[in-house]
Design a protein around this ligand. Sequence first.
Ligand code: ADP
Ligand code: MG
Length: 475
Amino acid sequence: MNFTAESVWTDCLSFIKDNIKPQAYKTWFEPIKPVKLSGEALTIQVPSKFFYEWLEEHYIKLLRVALVRQLGNEAKLIYDVKMENNYSSNRPQIVKIPSSNRDPLKPQRLTVPLESGKRELRNPFIIPGLQKVKIESQLNANYSFANFIEGDSNRLARSAGMAVANKPGGTSFNPLLIYGGVGLGKTHLSHSIGVDIKDKYPDKTVLYISSEKFTQQFIDSVKSNTRNDFIHFYQMIDVLIIDDVQFLSGKAGTQDVFFHIFNHLHQNGKQVILTSDKAPVDMQDIEQRLLSRFKWGLSAELQAPDYETRIAILQNKLYRDGVEMPEDIVEYIAKNIKSNVRELEGVLISMIAQASFNRKEFSIDLAKQIVDKFVKNTKKEVSIDYIQKEVSKYFDMDVATLQSKTRKRHIVQARQLAMYFAKRLTKTSLASIGNQIGQRDHATVLHACKTVDNLTETDKQFRKYVDDLTKKLTF
Ligand code: ADP
Ligand code: MG
């Protein structure tokens, strides 16, 4: 009989095809190429190490049965893993040989150096079985570099983004981590990079995804037992953009899977772009090994834009919307909304809406009303820690004193004021306030609030404390 690698493999495939679901066959077997048959050993080529691990984990029994049918009990299977870039050039090629006299599930592991000629770049999208996979990038074309106004506050992040877009995976900015406060353009900038890459390299697979969605997909994949498909999917991407990675904090399972995906992409020269509301050093409940990866590339901060940049952002938005607005009004808005570009745009959008619904002219008065609303509504909830610090500072004592068990009148008063403001300015329960302010119970907090109310009405000096502290705590 004249067996060839092709003929043996074709027969194996027809057997395998009958025994698994069509989708699984398409995904995991069509991409395989038979390369060599020597004696009873068939060598197959798989697109990645991941692929090989997956076959070993899920299909080794089936493969073995198929092979034994063709080649008899001495059948051996050798994997030829195509390494995808030079990263692995010093690593030995892993070859596994499951054979009849060994437990097929615990195949012997042999390492054989990779023949240099065999190493070549390989895009998973030219694997026959996966050829038709097309991934929607989930990018918003409006979030372009052109619409992302440059200023001192974002210059580094913006130029790093452009460098990455010119050469995805080919700069030392990998991963590129963009961090900064709410509404400062992290999402916009990360989209810009993706949009520009799609423009310059239409064949590259770009994917934008929020951490929350990523987490949800991962949880779903675990539930439906498709975790490997999930991983495989993400490992096929050329440019992966994950927004708001701070949401991964505390989610060990998702961090773990992301760690593996990240490593795979990075090793294969793929680009990873991350955004976060914090610098890596300040991220909490993120595994150390993941944090250290975040620091491999470049962390670029987006700061609050300065006045000129705020004006430019407003003018650009007006221009794009085809709206004209008197300069003094634009300046008024830019002067009053300082720390959040989303709010800056929000005021503009409200202005335009108000003016057109009510057929009003743009006026400073209208701008004032809207700015006031924005400033009020977006005031951050203060923390109990912050309240304790401010109250202690005001009374010239430290927080430990404020929390202590002493009954000295001025300390008791300070503590009661802290409790009163915690109740007034946060949504925390009485029990939790008591707990945080010197381990008191909820009745004590309630009593404190009543006392402060009473004293405010009867004691002029005390009312001044309340007024001063109100100003301090609410700006
Ligand atoms: P973040 O993700 O940091 O919370 P976003 O990217 O969602 O912020 O930005 C909020 C809004 O501000 C978006 O509409 C975005 O287009 C706009 N924006 C932020 N920075 C700029 C900028 N430099 N130029 C133009 N628009 C900006
Ligand atoms: Mg965002």
